[in-house]
Ligand binder design. Structure first.
Ligand code: ZN
Ligand code: ZN
Length: 378
């Protein structure tokens, strides 16, 4: 056993908050330096937390309004505050079908799409602070722009004393992900607690009693899978619909199964995939989920469909073309489609234009996740 000669801080300056009380908020800002005692490992953990924009102290300046010079400063600060607040609101992503979806997805750089209502994050290329509050992470494949933030995510959950997260990976990644965490434990001498769940295509996992997840096959350059999250409800069987409450109660007591279990696909996330996914019968549930979150890495003539395929990605033209080919098949049945993973070569205006073209071809509402992309006008 290694002995580390580092001092232990016994005064806990750890933030006191319960994750269950604040499920939809950012983790509270930490003081710049935290010293946290560990039971089994004698060391000091220092963390610099960069997110402090919740704390702006403009209050005292308001009181000095009207004193000329100070008033001007006050106003400037207020404008700055306003600008920041606006940026914060704009950042918050989309309200789609009752889900508030947000995140970042820039092809090759980072992808993490967050659905707070499901306490879920899909992929975690880097670890955005909002991801830390999600209890479930679904990893589609091992490219770094999708998995790179995983150790940081687990470490940050530990730092906030949040319960160990449940992390889903394709079975082929299990061993390597375990090794990865072992290496980080050895290097950092920090407990990293997580519940690693391998889930294969065709398997079902109960996230909570009215929510299950199932992976589906996607088509990328390395092993990959997408995930569909279903809501579960019980429905009285047709043959018993005419009965009254007492009769139903009696049947139930006699041990007859009076309900059917209905799974409704709510949110599907593909991660990186070629357009083959759209034609695969096994994608049926993903294509009828309320919300489909998929990729369109390339979207203009500058990059060919062949180029997209070589890299295991989808070209937006393919989606448009396919819709014409299978017009009668009621193909994309999603209520909303969120496009992600655009190449960083594009700016917001390119993306919006291309997406509006797809919008003309499908009945689903099509939106693009453009967080982090540049505008031509900025
Ligand atoms: Zn990627
Ligand atoms: Zn990839």
């Amino acid at each position: 056993m290694m002995q580390l000669s580092v001092t232990i801080s016994t005064s806990s300056s750890f933030p006191s908050f319960s994750p269950s009380q604040q499920p939809t908020q950012n983790p509270p800002p930490l003081p710049p330096t935290i010293e946290r005692p560990k039971k089994s490992m004698h060391h000091t953990l220092r963390v610099n937390h960069p997110h402090h924009h919740h704390h702006h102290h403009v209050g005292p300046l308001h009181a000095l309004k009207g004193t000329g010079f100070l008033s001007a400063i006050g106003q400037a600060i207020e404008e700055e505050e306003y600008r920041k607040a606006r940026a914060e609101v704009n950042r918050k992503g989309f309200n789609l079908e009752g889900y508030s979806i947000e995140g970042v997805s820039i092809g090759g750089h980072e992808t993490c799409v967050i659905v707070p209502e499901l306490k879920s994050a899909f992929d975690i290329g880097r670890c955005p602070s909002r991801a830390v509050n999600q209890n479930f992470v679904f990893i589609t494949h091992a490219h770094l722009d999708h998995i790179g933030g995983l150790p940081m995510y687990v470490a940050t959950r530990g730092l906030y004393n949040l319960k160990p997260p449940t992390i889903f990976v394709p079975p082929c990644l299990k061993e390597d992900v375990e090794k990865l965490f072992d290496i980080h434990r050895t290097m950092s001498q920090v407990e990293l607690n997580l519940d690693l769940v391998t889930l294969d295509v065709g398997e079902t996992y109960e996230m909570r009693n009215n929510l299950v997840v199932r992976p589906f096959k996607t088509h990328h350059v390395i092993p990959s899978q997408g995930y569909v999250i279903y809501s579960v409800r019980k429905k009285l069987r047709k043959q018993y619909m005419h009965l009254n409450g007492k009769q139903i109660e009696k049947l139930k007591k006699s041990g007859v199964e009076i309900t059917d279990t209905i799974l409704s696909p709510e949110v599907a996330f593909t991660g990186d995939t070629m357009s083959d996914f759209f034609l695969d019968p096994r994608s049926a549930d993903a294509l009828r989920a309320k919300i489909l979150i998929t990729e369109a890495t390339f979207l203009d003539e500058g990059c060919s469909i062949e180029h997209a395929r070589e890299h295991g990605h989808t070209h937006l033209f393919e989606v448009c073309d396919m819709q014409e080919i299978i017009e009668h098949a009621q193909w994309i049945r999603n209520k909303a489609v969120l496009l992600t993973h655009f190449s960083p070569r594009y700016n917001i205006e390119d993306i919006r234009l291309a997406v509006s073209k797809l919008q003309l071809k499908v009945s689903a509402k099509v939106v693009a996740l453009t967080e982090g992309f540049k505008s031509t006008y900025s």
